[in-house]
Write a protein that binds this ligand. Structure first.
Ligand SMILES: [Mn+2]
Length: 349
């Protein structure tokens, strides 16, 4: 296992599995690493060290670095989030999984604490030059007559399409902000000591969209202040954020993005960065190409450099271009190239 280079770098990410094509794509783009999102591994309740180690070894055999795994399957910890009857059993499996990730030589686990998941109210609207972009309008999300227009991300390998249509399809659970904060504290009190022992950095993704409730389910990480509170709830060097610039831009545009970097960066609390942007802020926003959103990408890359960030950066998502794949190879290649140019520029200044 190699140690992480202590400087900003780019990774290809949000891959569901390591294939020869995924490795070739990353190598063709000239990045140094890859990140996997909810990898397709055996296990209904937890992941085992042999499977995790095989992932890392396959990536490293190609000369790349496995930077992080992002997201455990929702069913691994949904009772932990909601305070359900199975949470004691789940937390044992989650702690074992974090320990196994460390034993496998993987140093970062991205996670979220969003029982209500990611919501959008359109997926394929015309962006620049008719590129396909998704977006969100709170008025649609809150209108029971328009619940068919809502699309909710489901990280469930049994589903072919990760987006499920219909706000009315979510389970009829309701949870308040204060109960969710209590559950988050309960969760962190148990996982942080395990992460410390395992040498695994936990990286919290903010709630996307960043609104305080959707469908009766609270969303606690919807502001920069909430992210600051999260990393201190159980103080530890291993408790950090996956700073999704797109989500923070949805909160408050460039000023929110710069505020988050200036507050969390110097404390070493930004484990890695999702570098994407939107136009508009809640209640209405739409994803877009870098350079046409709320923030100036060069200004933000400089802020990352100047505030002590030394982790990896990925594109997260990108608009769908002509003849693009489901993964978005074309839109992502544009974003990665854009980021590589910015990074070279700010590292040379
Ligand atoms: Mn993100």
């Amino acid at each position: 296992m190699s140690t992480a280079p202590a400087q900003m770098r780019i990774a290809v990410g949000q891959l569901p599995r390591i294939t020869s094509d995924a490795i070739a794509y990353a190598k063709q783009l000239g990045v140094s690493g890859v990140q996997l999102n909810t990898p397709d591994l055996p296990g209904e309740h937890r992941w085992e060290v042999a499977d995790l180690r095989a992932l890392r070894e396959r990536v490293e055999a190609s000369g790349l670095r496995l930077e992080a795994i992002e997201n455990l399957p929702n069913q691994f910890f949904e009772h932990c989030m909601l305070g359900g009857s199975r949470r004691e059993a789940e937390i044992g499996h989650v702690c074992a999984t974090i320990s196994n990730i460390g034993h496998a030589g993987i140093r970062v686990l991205g996670y979220n604490f969003m029982p209500g998941s990611v919501w959008r109210t359109w997926m394929r609207r015309s962006g620049r030059g008719d590129a396909l972009v998704n977006g969100f309008d709170l008025a649609v999300a809150e209108d029971p007559k328009r619940s068919d227009e809502v699309l909710i991300a489901r990280r469930d390998k049994r589903l072919h399409d990760p987006w499920v249509r219909g706000a009315h399809l979510i389970d009829h659970v309701e949870i308040s902000l204060s109960a969710l904060w209590q559950n988050y504290r309960w969760f962190m009190e148990r996982v942080v000591p395990v992460a410390e022992k395992a040498g695994v950095t936990l990286a919290l993704h903010p709630d996307d969209p960043p609104v305080t409730v959707l469908g009766g389910v609270a969303r606690i990480f919807s502001s920069v202040a909430a992210l600051e509170e999260a990393v201190d709830i159980v103080p530890s060097d291993m408790s950090c954020v996956d700073l999704c610039l797109g989500t923070v831009s949805e909160m408050g545009g460039e000023s929110a993005v710069l505020q988050a970097i200036r507050s969390l960066g110097p404390r070493g609390k930004i484990a890695y960065v999702h570098f994407r942007d939107v136009r508009g802020t809640v209640p209405v926003f739409e994803e877009c190409f870098l350079g046409e959103g709320n923030f100036k990408p060069l200004r933000v890359m400089r802020a990352l450099r100047d505030n002590g960030f030394t982790g990896f950066i990925l594109d997260d998502h990108a608009p769908g271009m002509v003849d693009d794949s489901d993964y978005g190879h074309r839109g992502r290649a544009h974003a990665i190239g854009y980021l590589q140019g910015l990074l070279e520029a700010v590292q040379d200044e």
